[in-house]
Write a protein that binds this ligand. Sequence first.
Ligand code: HEM
Length: 202
Amino acid sequence: MTASPTAERPSLRSQRLNQITHAPHARLDALVKAHAPFENQANFARFVVAQYLFQSELVALYTDPELIELVPDLAERCRAEAARLDLADLETDVPAPVAGAVSHPSKAEALGWLFVSEGSKLGAAFLIKRAVGLGLSETFGARHLAEPAGGRAEGWKSFTRTLDALHLSADEEAAAEKGAIDAFVRFTVLLEQAYASAPELA
Ligand code: HEM
């Protein structure tokens, strides 16, 4: 994420979302790193717990027929199952749901959440390289960080192309932005919860 927080408001929706989430992304990036997820497999497993919780909360959005009408390959983009398999690889229990998941967001709000979930696949390119150092891979323990079929860049470009072409009212535009911010807040909550509930820290 390279947008400057002081830059003018960009004309493309995806760039505007990028801009308003710049600071939350930087904070989350620092928080992820503060938990040293690549120090050992146990630390990484807690990160996967957070990823699993986040992804599983978004299944209803990835499989929503109205959203699939807008983004035809949406269901295939979902990583909840990959994260669940990662947990099994890491011999980590599937966590209980955490109160406060997004529920029945408006279409525009849902798009903001999906923007964040899809965008997180870009950072995953860096994260998977570190996971390899723990003996993990796209087929074991770090499946949810795998490069999507067709490539990371292309997957992101096609998502943002679709997002940028949608006509939204001013209210919907604001709702999409709220969804994106809420998604970062939620991931932060889940990350803290995942590390707080680490078996070795209990
Ligand atoms: C739940 C949401 C997200 C999480 C947990 C997350 C996490 C991270 C982390 C930990 C890194 C650092 C990787 C490293 O330095 O080794 C990173 C980098 C990156 N992320 Fe995210 N991210 C999220 C959402 C997004 C979104 C929405 C976008 C784009 C719109 C994005 C784009 C990037 C890019 C391009 C990088 C590469 C380095 C940079 O330019 O800062 N991420 N992400």
